[in-house]
Write a protein that binds this ligand. Structure first.
Ligand SMILES: C[S@@+](CC[C@H](N)C(=O)[O-])C[C@H]1O[C@@H](n2cnc3c(N)ncnc32)[C@H](O)[C@@H]1O
Length: 395
């Protein structure tokens, strides 16, 4: 029988016997919690994390601003209007060899590659420990876990989005990778769930105020899901994700927090929940990573599982109104992010009309006045609108 040690060993090109044993690993692991965070196992690794996150902050702020200014100057020199969309080919030709623009792009990209490499090396050097820990948490409560390893996964869910090795569904430690890795994405703001707690607070409730059941789609490691459970402690809260390792990690983390949210490996387009079941459905930065053909299917499924008057709150940069304009530099960025960060549907996402897709799926679309510009607005488009939209299921 193939054991998990065999799987790990083969992914590292080693014989199974070459992996260290659990007792050795456990002995040097525990550095305890820092608030909501299970600390990384070595000070050295925390230093890498902090250093690479600092570079990310610089790349996303001062360096990004300099690159944008350079792009504007290049366009103006050619008589182009930087605030009007241009063709992708024109933009690539203009920008691809500019040293400043490419220093920005490469600093960002190589930093992210390095971040994944450092994390993966660490996680797989102690894989037996991390997997054993998840195994022993699988049946722990509060809150249930369901994994469906035989579930048929649409091809698009298997992409290695963000260059994350193995992607969301193809690596047993994807939840760990994503949780620690996205601290870098969120420029150091991820470890205490700051972004997600803010999003749970701004999540709109149905007009009658009744909130008994909540569903969070594409929950990854469950940070919004647990924050929703904290805001609505009496509600039954579910987080679902295509990735089994994501659901397992989310459950382990939530049960360690004594949170009570439930997690399942299920698809957003086929949730298996009954009709009219939920009062609120949320998703956070799911749609920009979903195949365009799956989007209307997911919206219809949400409409089916929401009760009349229930609200859908899909949080995403392009779900804001007024929709951010597509500038010429935005055309270049959308291409660049698809090409190098493997955000495979990014160019579709950058121009999609989400209010129209939601309306077609049966929602009444309004703006959520409580929404803040919380970082979701930076999702691959220049500028961000004033309010995130929400859909209410017709009564
Ligand atoms: C960018 S992450 C979402 C982040 C997360 N919502 C949060 O609060 O941080 C996208 C997630 O959506 C999941 N996903 C993609 N397609 C899906 C689908 N059709 N059904 C369920 N989950 C899906 C991926 O596995 C991944 O974990």
């Amino acid at each position: 029988m193939t054991t998990r040690r065999d799987i790990i060993a083969s992914s590292l090109g080693l014989a199974s016997a070459a992996l260290p044993g659990m007792s050795v690993l456990a002995a040097d692991y525990g550095r305890g919690m820092d608030g909501r965070l299970m600390r990384l196992p070595k000070l050295d690794l925390e230093s890498h994390d902090a250093f690479l996150t600092t570079i990310r902050v610089w790349a996303n702020t001062d360096l990004a601003k300099a690159a944008r200014n350079r792009a504007t100057a290049l366009m103006q020199a050619k008589g182009m209007d930087p605030f009007k969309a241009a063709t992708r080919a024109d933009m690539i030709a203009l920008m691809e060899n500019d040293p400043l623009i490419m220093t920005h792009a490469n600093t960002w990209l190589r930093n992210q590659e390095l971040m994944w490499k450092v994390l993966r090396t660490e996680l797989y050097s102690r894989a037996d420990f991390y997997l054993s820990e998840m195994e022993s948490a699988d049946k722990a409560g509060p809150g249930a876990l369901e994994v469906n390893p035989r579930m048929e996964l649409p091809a698009y869910t298997k992409e290695e989005i963000h260059m994350m090795p193995g992607g969301y569904v193809g690596d047993e430690l994807a939840g760990h990778m994503y949780h620690y890795g996205t601290n870098n994405f969120w420029m150091g703001e991820n470890y205490q769930d700051g972004v997600h707690i803010g999003l749970a607070e701004e999540t709109p409730v149905p007009q009658d105020g009744k909130v008994k059941r909540i569903l969070d789609l594409g929950c990854s490691c469950g940070q919004l899901t647990v924050a929703l459970k904290e805001r609505f402690p009496n509600a039954e809260v579910w987080g679902i994700d295509a990735g089994g390792p994501m659901a397992r990690y989310a459950h382990m983390r939530a049960s360690r927090m004594k949170n009570g949210a439930n997690f399942a490996q299920r698809l957003a387009e086929d949730t298996h929940f009954p009709d009219n079941h939920f009062d609120i459905v949320t998703s956070f930065i799911l749609f920009h990573e979903v195949h365009p053909d799956a989007e209307p299917k997911i919206m219809s499924e949400v409409n089916r599982v929401l009760r009349p008057g229930g609200v859908f709150y899909p949080i995403e940069g392009r779900m804001r109104r007024p929709a951010p304009p597509t500038s010429a530099f935005g055309v270049f960025n959308s291409w660049w992010i698809r090409r190098w960060n493997y955000e495979v549907w990014n160019e579709h996402y950058a121009v999609a009309d989400y209010p129209a897709i939601l309306t077609k799926a049966g929602f009444v679309v309004t703006d959520n006045a409580a929404s803040r510009d919380n970082g979701a607005g930076n999702n691959n488009v220049i500028g961000s609108g004033t309010a995130n939209i929400m859909g209410t299921k017709k009564a």
